[in-house]
Design a protein around this ligand. Structure first.
Ligand code: DGL
Length: 274
């Protein structure tokens, strides 16, 4: 048996850091390996085929590093690539390893937040087109009405550190108005993109006060804790020294300059090829 190894956490860029931050708060004892595919981000407007191919390459990178478990901390990758990877690729390339996403843990509980049974989903084009949230929420909460709004300008604004600018004000208002026009009984809005927590305050300010804005980090962290309890065979393969290493497919210096705002503290990353 090989020695225990870190849990892999993946995003197209920086967004997954908002999830990793919460995972580390909940489960500080484990080791983590973070990979941002910054060289090819954003994924949100890319085709199914590209998102699947890029995500699979990154998952294989984690496997080369011997991670027993990989979390796709990216809704776009979870929506467009996870199922194929789990069903088609894993049995062939790594039958004993696990890849989990962020959509299932979120849709399992999101219906508990709404009193009016109306939920709004804010996400990338790719996540919206996949209809994953509509299908999954309907499985767990068939009585809940779900409307979606794609917000294609938000990730580029956030990745370029423009999320506090007047440009961001404009596009936050634009997409929220459009969401509420589709359904004005919404009382719960889900940030279904791991980048969006950076806009959370601005989003809340631009919505009526009775609407709750939910981000996924804590939900995913709670779900991972439950998963590791239910799967001791995976848990024992996860090393526990409280260490985290960060990798990016683009310039490490750029990653470090941007990452603090997502992660809440300074990061020293390393460049990697896939
Ligand atoms: N953070 C990713 C997500 O949760 C999307 C970012 C991107 O478009 O690459 O969907």
């Amino acid at each position: 048996m090989q020695p225990a190894q870190p849990i892999g956490v993946f995003d197209s860029g920086y967004g997954g850091l908002t999830v990793l931050k919460e995972i580390k708060t909940k489960l500080p004892q484990y080791d983590y390996l973070y990979l941002g595919d910054n060289a090819r981000a954003p994924y949100g407007s890319r085709s199914f085929e590209s998102v699947y191919r890029y995500t699979l390459e990154c998952v294989q990178w984690f496997f080369k590093k011997n991670c027993p478990l990989v979390i796709l901390a990216c809704n776009t990758a979870s929506a467009k690539a996870l199922r194929t990877i789990q069903q088609k690729d894993l049995p062939k390339i790594a039958p004993h390893k696990k890849v989990l996403g962020v959509i299932r843990p979120t849709t399992e509980i999101i219906g508990n937040f709404t009193k009016t049974n109306n939920i709004g989903i804010l996400a990338t084009n790719g996540t919206v087109q996949s209809a994953s949230y509509l299908v999954e929420i309907n499985k767990f909460f068939p009585g809940v009405k779900v409307v979606q709004q794609a917000c294609p300008m938000w990730v580029p604004l956030i990745e370029n550190n423009e999320h506090n600018s007047r440009g961001a004000d404009y596009f936050v208002k634009e997409y929220l108005d459009s969401l509420l026009t589709k359904n004005n009984s919404i009382d719960t809005v889900l940030l279904a993109c791991t980048h969006y927590p950076l806009l959370k305050n601005k989003i809340a300010e631009n919505l009526p006060g009775h609407i709750s804005v939910i981000s996924q980090g804590e939900i995913v962290a709670g779900s991972l804790a439950g998963y590791l309890k239910r799967h001791p065979e995976i848990e024992k393969e996860c090393s526990q020294n409280g260490q985290t290493d960060f990798y990016t497919t683009d310039a490490a210096e750029d990653f470090d300059n941007h990452a603090t705002v997502f992660y809440g503290k300074p990061i020293r990353s390393k460049y990697t090829e896939l």
